[in-house]
Ligand binder design. Structure first.
Ligand SMILES: CC(C)(COP(=O)(O)OP(=O)(O)OC[C@H]1O[C@@H](n2cnc3c(N)ncnc32)[C@H](O)[C@@H]1OP(=O)(O)O)[C@@H](O)C(=O)NCCC(=O)NCCS
Length: 193
């Protein structure tokens, strides 16, 4: 998805509280989802089915939300299967961009990836979403390929990024070079991260 431009200067360092997402968060999460991913917002049913895979002995998902003064201002989700993590989504309310909240949410996902014993973590990000790409690069994610036409409708390519050993991820890693080339495809995607 295309990251809309921030309309104002960065907020103060975020004092938001992070906690695990529950079913009663789906409505406010959907409000943010439609605002931030207007072209390919997840449905209510998609969030329900993701949360169904959390909080049980064979859980393969982890979702976190951020609350500030009783308002939901961010959320993020991770899938972990067979030692590999995938950032499913990450989003911050526009008036909180630049407050470090995106970094806090990503740190929380990587902590959970470590708990899931993931050897590496992958994600897809729109090729035109440079703000999100910078966030991922600071954590040590590196471009590993392109998925052509991953985002539909719109036929926008996804940059695939990978972080090896999330337990060792620095909070502000170096920014590395460009993608190497196609990994596979075309594959139509559903992830936002
Ligand atoms: C991508 C996204 C999650 C980043 O969230 P964020 O809260 O703005 O992220 P951060 O604040 O951690 O970092 C963003 C910038 O703020 C800066 N920043 C971080 N903490 C800061 C602080 N305390 N004070 C001032 N600036 C700060 C960072 O240096 C960074 O700058 P840079 O982009 O020039 O490197 C957010 O822009 C978003 O929700 N976008 C729309 C949805 C989306 O595209 N999601 C990703 C899908 S793949």
């Amino acid at each position: 998805m295309t990251a809309p431009s921030a309309s104002s200067a960065p907020a103060q360092p975020s004092g938001a509280i992070l906690r695990e997402m529950r079913w009663w968060d789906i409505a406010p999460v959907l409000d943010l989802e439609h605002e931030l991913f207007p072209a390919d917002a997840w449905s209510k049913g998609m969030f329900w089915s993701e949360l169904a895979e959390t909080r049980h002995p064979r859980a393969t998902r982890y979702y976190v939300v951020a609350e500030l003064d009783g308002r939901l201002v961010g959320y993020a989700g991770l899938m972990a299967v067979a030692g590999e993590g995938d950032v499913q989504t990450i989003a911050v309310a526009r008036d909180q961009w630049g407050s470090g909240l995106g970094a806090r949410l990503l740190s929380d996902l990587l902590r959970q990836a470590t708990a899931f014993e993931c050897a590496d973590v992958l994600l897809e990000v729109r090729v035109d979403n440079t703000r999100a790409q910078r966030l991922y690069e600071r954590f040590g994610f590196e471009p590993v390929g392109i998925r052509r036409g991953y985002y539909q409708p719109g036929n926008v390519d996804a940059l695939v990024m990978r972080l090896t050993d999330p337990s060792a991820s620095p909070p502000h890693g170096p920014i590395d070079g460009p993608a190497e080339g196609p990994v596979q495809g075309p594959v139509q995607g559903t992830t936002h991260g």
